[in-house]
Design a protein around this ligand. Sequence first.
Ligand SMILES: [Zn+2]
Length: 154
Amino acid sequence: MAKYTVKCEECGKDYGITLYGKMSKREYQLENNSWVCEQCKISETVEKAKGSDLEGTPKQIVWAESIRKKILSEEEDLLDMALEEHKEAIRNILKKIKSNKKSSYWIDNRYCDLETMITEEYAKNKKKPTTASLGREAVNETNRYLHIYKRRMK
Ligand SMILES: [Zn+2]
């Protein structure tokens, strides 16, 4: 372990870091890593979070954004595999999932895939079949679709 001073690539200020491991590894890191000081990292995060429609602290927002992006990247494939008559119901559930602007919602679902989230959303609605945006029929259709989808994946 040793302390070094490096120059921040963003603001040009020198700041202290601690590196661990073998001398050769530390030297390699000093040469090749990109060094950005804590202050610049924070303002970078704040800057990134500004463009987002999610709610939460800047750190949460940036994290949640990347999770949401990953999860929603499955959207097209999922819809492609759905039967034509089920697509409308799936889209309704998707709309509901996508309307969730809380960072914590996406962070909590970081180990989920979109299919799981649709199933969970379906389960929630099952308890409240009167939900206007999602009638019972749509829910049943979605459930049937998910059954078919799972079978195809095997
Ligand atoms: Zn800096």
